[in-house]
Design a protein. Structure first.
Length: 405
């Protein structure tokens, strides 16, 4: 099979997906932002063909590059980069390649349209709408009450997301997002409760493999408070009855959207109003999350993804032997890292359970809080018991301090 992969080298994470396609015998061509000479050694080794395109968000420009590579014709067109999901779907439609359609891709990117569609399929969602002017935003808040969430229609994660508890805070957020008739923004009812995500690999019949994870605390709070050491915890208890409702919601959402032979990443809330759908992406989770599934489940997650994408039978099942976690320790200010306190004590207690870490050397520039989970100082762990995993991550967060100046 001939697979076109968009943006193969934006992160080392991408290489696992490209490599799995190659290991299964596929010819893999790719289009990316850099010239071939600037590709990493790993990407260059994996690719059978490559074209540079400096306008990756423009389907016509990417299509011109794709046509140069389409010998033989493409059997699949894939990407794991959220901004390129629409572009990949456009190319599939133009070139007659199977996979998620442009309609599905746009529903997965437009948070307001997504929720409107899923409410019609009786999926419980927060109230939401698209607003082009301040008056529309205030009218929504008056109808559904404060707090409300304001964010871009096709945002990524919690970037440029605002929780507005008053009319004044809503005005502040509107000034930053600048909605207009040509570029409206999403406004949503704020859902109180616990936040997590649910990821799937889908084949031609629906969900083949599934994984659940939890945020501590929620994403928006984590991005706004420097003192917080945010955690992601991948559970190995997904088969227990407490996850039945979540598994059922995920399957209903995927069925309603008609997602097949693709990865999905669904965010959810659970609180006083029950389980609520938040959003779904038609691509693997970012931040090397799938690598946590690999480590926790003794399972080649990339190969299984490639098998599902290519329409082949699966070869493995997740072991569910371990829970896995990721914790980030933020520096006390922006600048350059001076050093770490408490690191020796933390490693003495937790070291045997840490399978990957980043402890930047003194002098390393700090990264802003909105740059993701794998910046500054971070640790990834696995443990057979989910509760013990959480205790170890909390101990790391309370013990290790990163000083900067």
């Amino acid at each position: 099979m001939h697979v076109l992969f968009l943006a193969p080298d934006t992160h080392v994470y991408n290489h696992g997906f490209v490599g799995a396609l190659k290991d299964l015998g596929a010819k893999v061509s790719a289009i990316g932002m850099t010239g071939r000479g600037q590709l990493s050694a790993t990407a260059a080794r994996l690719l059978d063909g490559y074209r540079h395109c400096d306008r990756m968000m423009e389907p016509d420009a990417v299509l011109r590059a794709a046509r140069e590579l389409a010998a033989p014709a493409f059997d699949r067109i894939e990407t794991i980069d959220e901004p390129l999901v629409d572009v990949a779907a456009t190319l599939r439609g133009t070139l007659g390649v199977p996979g998620p359609s442009l309609e599905t891709a746009r529903l997965c990117r437009d948070k307001v349209a997504m929720k409107e569609f899923l409410r019609r399929h009786e999926i419980p969602c927060a109230q939401s709408g698209a607003v082009a002017a301040a008056a529309d935003a205030h009218a929504f808040a008056e109808r559904w009450g404060y707090p409300v969430i304001l964010k871009p229609l096709a945002g990524f994660g919690s970037l440029r997301t605002f929780r507005c508890g008053t009319a004044g805070e809503l005005d502040d957020a509107l000034r930053q997002l600048k909605p207009s008739a040509g570029k409206p923004v999403a406004i949503e009812e704020f859902i109180e409760g616990h936040e997590g995500f649910f990821d799937s690999m889908c084949d031609s019949d629906g969900v083949r493999h599934e994984f659940a994870a939890h945020y501590y605390p929620g994403c928006l709070e984590a991005t706004q408070q420097r003192w917080i050491s945010p955690q992601i915890a991948v559970t190995n208890r997904i088969g227990e009855r407490g996850y039945d409702e979540l598994r059922a919601m995920n399957a209903r959402v995927i069925a309603a959207l008609g997602i097949r032979n693709a990865a999905t990443h669904m965010e959810w809330f659970f609180g006083p109003k029950g389980l609520k759908f938040s959003e779904i992406g038609a691509r693997p989770a970012g931040e090397k999350i799938w690598d946590m599934y690999r480590v926790a489940n003794e399972f080649d997650v990339y190969r299984e993804w490639a098998l599902a994408i290519l329409g082949r039978p699966g070869e493995q099942q997740p072991s569910r032997r371990y829970a896995a976690g990721s914790i980030q320790i933020r520096p006390d200010r922006d600048g350059r890292i001076v050093g770490h306190r408490g690191l020796e004590a933390a490693l003495q207690r937790c070291g045997e359970f840490i399978y990957e870490q980043s402890v930047p050397a003194p002098g390393t520039p700090t990264k802003a809080l909105d740059k993701g989970w794998l910046v500054n100082t971070w640790f990834r762990l696995r443990h057979p018991d989910y509760d013990t995993l959480r205790e170890l991550m909390t101990f790391l967060g309370e013990t290790v301090k990163v000083e900067a100046r």
